[in-house]
Design a protein around this ligand. Structure first.
Ligand code: DX5
Ligand code: ZN
Length: 222
């Protein structure tokens, strides 16, 4: 079963609560939150106060995508404030094994342990996760260079998705795709092994986000 994760980077922050309610009603499975620090990526987005605001508004799992250097400094705080999934970039983590295991050791919120994810930039080979496979709940394959919403999907990631899925084998870990994902990508992405589709502009810039989520799900299941 495919999961759809709208990325609120493309939401209207002036009416964030309404935007969250809209995608929740539209059948979103989780909310993707892009944290950027202006160092790992050339953009600055949101942090703890926005996470708090979203946490108060929804019971959906919150999927935090940390595009920041030294993410280990902030993991406990993100978890305490309600993150359900914490994904760090392998390019930002020299001690990736330690970082991933420390995420899973964070105090569980709402009964469920915090999920640990590793993100790969488009140019990063999947071998980077070879020796941490057992510490992962998800691998996030970037299909744009991280930093901005609304960029074009990079088709060269398709074979990488297949490789990552094969590496993970029968493990319960998800393979999430993030960047430029539109309805037309849903089917090939799932065929290559994706189990979570992150979509920002495709969902929030649509006149009818519910229709887009429905179309993505239908295309993925077709
Ligand atoms: C890019 C972010 C993505 C982005 C997705 O750095 O990680 O989550 O917001 O937005 P779209 O779907 O518009 O590419
Ligand atoms: Zn993201």
């Amino acid at each position: 079963m495919i999961k759809i994760a709208p990325s609120i980077l493309s939401a209207d922050f002036g009416v964030l609560a309404e935007e969250i309610a809209r995608v929740e009603a539209a059948g979103a499975d989780q909310i993707h939150i892009d944290v950027m620090d202006g160092r790992f990526v050339p953009n600055i987005t949101m942090g703890f106060p926005i996470l708090d605001a979203i946490r108060k508004r929804t019971r959906l799992p919150l999927d935090l995508h940390l595009m920041i250097v030294e993410p280990e400094k902030y993991l406990a705080e993100f978890a305490a404030r309600g993150a359900d999934m914490l994904t760090v970039h392998v390019e930002a983590c020299p001690h990736l094994h330690r970082t991933l295991t420390s995420i899973r050791e964070l105090s569980p919120r709402r009964g469920a342990p915090v999920k640990a994810g590793a993100a790969l930039n488009p140019s990063t080979p999947p071998d980077m996760i070879e020796y941490v496979k057992d510490e992962l709940d998800l691998v996030l394959v970037m299909s744009v260079n991280p930093g901005f919403g609304g960029q074009a999907f990079i088709p060269a990631v398709y074979p990488k998705i297949r490789q990552v899925r094969a590496m993970l084998g029968a493990r319960a870990a998800d393979v999430s795709i993030d960047g430029g994902v539109k309805v037309e990508h849903a089917r090939p992405l799932v065929e290559h092994g994706a189990s979570i589709l992150v979509a920002g502009s495709a969902v929030f810039e649509a006149a009818d986000p519910a229709a887009i989520i429905k179309q993505m799900r239908a295309a993925a299941g077709a």
